[in-house]
Structures are given as C-alpha cells and as structure tokens.
Design a protein around this ligand. Structure first.
Ligand code: ATP
Ligand code: MG
Length: 451
C-alpha cells in the first residue's frame, strides 16, 4: 500500500495533537488501497475552519472557506483540509444550497458519491469504511452511497463521475447505480460546461473509454447529441466491417490515452451520417465528411468549453485524417511544413488507428504509414528545411534585391515550396540567383513580382 507522504502526516499529526479527529479521505484512500499513487491527498477533520486557520496560522489559503476547505502550505505540496460536513438541500441538481459542519466523520462520508470514494484512513493506517467501499474495490464495482436516484438528482455530475471512474479504474457499475445513472441522464443538461468537460476529458483518456462509450452512448448523447446518428449507421463499402459508431470506438481504443488523440478518434467521422450517398452499385460514399466532421467537432468542443489549443489541434487533425499524403520527401515535407512535427506524428497515429478499425483486407495502409514515418524521421534527423525561418535567405535579402511589400512574403513561400519539392537547394547563393531571375522575368513583363 502507498504510504502517506511526510507533509500530509505532519498536517494530520498537528490536528490530532490539538485534539481534533483528522483523516485522509476520498480518492487518496481509494488509490492507496489499489496500490496506486494518489494524485492529491485530501484531509477531513472535526476542526472547524476557524480552528484550522488558527492552528496553521500564516500558512493557509482559505480556498473554499464557505464549504469548509482550507489549503495548508507545508514544506512540500499544498494540502487541502475540509471540515466534516453535511450537505444541505440540493435545489438545482448541482450544488447544495448550504453546508453544515458536523463533528461526525460518518456524516461526512455519507455525502460522498461512491462507496469506493467514501473511506477514510488515519495516521496509523486505520480505515473507516461504513459503506462497504473496500468490498466494492475488490469486486471492482462503483456503487452510489445511499439511494442512487437521489444521489444523481442531488448532483447530476455524479453521473459523469461514475462513467469517468468506470473508464479509468476499469470498474463496472453496480446494477442499481447503473439503472439510476441511465434514468437520470437528462439532468446532466443542468451542469456547468466546465464541470462536464473536466470529467469527460478524463473519461476519454481512460483505459476503458471505448467500452464505457459503447455501454452508455445515450448518456454521452446528452452532452453531444451529434454522436447519436453514428450508432448503427451501416457504411456499405468494402473498407468497413463495422457501422460508424463501432468503427469510431475501435479507432479510439487503438490510440494511447492522450486527450487530443482520443478526441480526434471520437470525432473523426462524426460528420459521416450527414454526407452519406449510395451509388448505382449500391456502394456507400461519404464525400466531404472530413470537412463536415471538423465543423461539428469545432461546435461540440466549443460547447463544452474545451481549451483552445486542444480544440484547434483536434479540429485540424479531424480535417486532415483522410488526406492522402504522398510517401515521398516532398509529400511528407509539405505536411511537416503545414502541421509541424508534433501534429504530423499525431496525424500518423490517427491514420494508423483509423485503418486498424477498418476491414482487415485494407491493412496494407499500415506499411504505407510506416514508410511515411521513416521519411519523417529522416527529414527531422537531417534538419530538412520545412519552414521560412530555416530558409537560407530572408525578407531583408529580397528587399535588397528590389522586392517590395507583399511580393516578399509570397516569394519566400514559393522558394520554400521549391526547396521542399527538391527543385531548389537551400543555399543562399542559389536562392538569391533564383530570386533575381524571378524579379527580372517580372520586370520584363512589367508585372508586379511574383508573377
Ligand atoms: P481523483 O482525484 O483521482 O480524480 P477523487 O475521488 O479524489 O479522484 P476528487 O474530485 O478529487 O475525486 O474528489 C475528492 C473526493 O470528494 C471524492 O473521492 C469524493 O469522496 C468526494 N466528491 C467529489 N466530487 C463529489 C460529488 N460531485 N459528489 C459527492 N462526492 C464528491
Ligand atoms: Mg482527488
């Protein structure tokens, strides 16, 4: 079992010495019992907020004083201390209207979402587990503390937390919790986008994300109804053995648990149902689906307030996922120039996963992707010129030759394209010679360079 860190021990000890009960609680206890290193350590105590403030005088931040949470800065990381509390009535399926402090640990554990998250651990390793969390950990089951319907009604975010823990811990849901979670799914509509996104983004990166999406599409559909038309949509062409949704889930399972890659796989074909046509041979086509998927992905990610860089990168990869990139130095060089190394590597991972989720007869593509990757590795190792700042000449050089205004940028871009195509070498003299020629050619035709 993981050991309580020294800084946390010190806080527990300080509270206990002053005569207050103090326990590690929630996720850290769960993770300790699973033999995993906890992300953060939460402490719960009988001490009232003002008592905690007094005890750690000068080393505190009143993080959530209203809810009884104080952050203590010890020599290591900050530690959160929350007073035992009972939540008041929930008015809007989100937050309790008021919280009441209590001197009873059990009361505090009762307000927590799942039995595996409702355990406390003392300094000496004693575990308090009034709701059978340990047994559920062994059975690998998520079970609400108390009546599941009521718990989801109180705070609908617990619906998504349940799916997030199922995806990350690879636990299944207890039958009553499962039924209530599905039944109460519409309440998710009242949850703030930021809270939804915090859970969805972690769910998608979970080891069992594909299985959870497969099991609970109607819950995901409350957040993103755009996903629902993919379910059961037959593709009717020789590249596919699965409907769009099954293909999507297989592709998602074939990339590592990285948010951008998982999002790209989830959304890469979301526009397909809108683009479906059948030809005279009864073969299905999805012309324009990359652009449509990118458009929908952008809308869907904006709606959940996904951070900008993640959204933009995902949308770009979705738009590019089906583009044929020639396996030549020029082909890979142009893609590298447009996407940059990180995103081109991501794109290759996307293509690989997309193909792995297609008909087994189409797997030759894997070899092509590897060939592309080899070229990319070579270009990177050689420091190949793929961007303007790597060119052996710059705008100043062109201005000195007699180029003006917009012609400078345009000419630099043309030069870069020629270098990537292997038509020009990236040497200062030959680039300047080419540029002078261009200038002369344009002047002879009385055109504004570049012509
Ligand atoms: P992790 O930190 O690994 O994501 P966690 O279980 O610690 O998992 P936190 O969001 O840090 O999750 O919450 C800490 C604890 O607070 C939980 O273990 C749970 O006991 C309680 N908790 C958090 N959110 C809720 C909620 N919406 N309803 C009820 N209890 C909650
Ligand atoms: Mg936590």
């Amino acid at each position: 079992m993981e050991k309580i860190p020294k800084t946390v021990e010190k806080v527990l000890w300080t509270l206990q010495e002053a005569g207050y009960e103090a326990w590690c609680v929630g996720g850290c206890v769960r993770d300790c019992l699973l033999g995993k290193e906890p992300m953060d350590w939460d402490i719960t105590t009988a001490a009232l907020p003002e008592e905690t403030l007094r005890l750690f005088d000068g080393r505190t931040i009143p993080t959530g004083l209203k809810h009884g949470t104080i952050t203590v800065l010890t020599d290591g990381a900050p530690v959160e201390i929350t007073t035992f509390r009972v939540d008041g009535d929930y008015l809007d399926h989100r937050r309790p209207a008021a919280v009441k402090f209590t001197r009873s640990l059990e009361e505090d554990l009762k307000r927590r979402d799942f039995s595996v998250n409702a355990m406390a651990m003392a300094l000496d390793g004693t575990i308090r587990d009034p709701f059978g969390g340990r047994a559920d950990l062994e059975r690998q089951v998520l079970r609400c503390v108390g009546d599941p319907k009521r718990r989801f009604e109180e705070d609908a975010l617990r619906i998504l937390r349940g799916l997030r823990f199922s995806a990350t811990l690879r636990f299944s849901l207890d039958p009553a919790t499962d039924r209530a979670l599905r039944e109460k799914r519409a309440l998710l509509g009242s949850i703030a986008a930021e809270r939804v996104w915090a859970e969805v983004s972690r769910l998608l990166c979970g080891a069992d994300a594909a299985a959870v999406l497969r099991g609970y599409p109607e819950v995901m559909g409350v957040i993103w109804p755009e996903l629902l038309p993919m379910i059961g949509f037959e593709q009717r062409n020789c590249h596919h053995v699965y409907d769009i949704w099954e293909h999507t889930l297989h592709a998602l399972a074939a990339v590592p648990g990285d948010l951008i890659l998982r999002l790209t796989m989830l959304l890469h074909d979301v526009g397909k149902p809108d683009c479906f046509t059948v030809d005279g041979h009864n073969v299905g086509h999805f012309r324009g689906h990359c652009a449509r998927s990118a458009e929908l992905a952008d809308m869907m990610l904006r709606r959940v307030r996904c951070e900008r860089v993640t959204r933009e990168t995902t949308v770009r990869l979705v738009a590019w996922h089906d583009r044929d990139i020639p396996r030549t130095e020029a082909g890979i060089g142009h893609a590298l120039s447009e996407l940059g190394e990180t995103d081109l590597r991501r794109l290759l991972a996307v293509k690989r996963a997309d193909n792995l989720a297609q008909a087994p007869e189409c797997r030759d593509i894997q070899r092509e992707i590897r060939a592309g990757e080899n070229i990319l590795n070579r270009l990177i190792a050689e420091g190949a010129c793929v961007s303007l700042h790597q060119l052996a000449v710059n705008g100043q050089d062109l201005a000195e030759l007699g180029f003006h205004g917009a012609a400078i940028g345009k000419t630099l871009h043309r030069m870069l394209n020629h270098v990537i195509d292997g038509v020009l070498t990236n040497e200062r003299d030959s680039l300047l010679r080419w540029a002078s020629h261009e200038l002369q050619r344009c002047e002879m035709r009385c055109e504004i360079p570049p012509c």
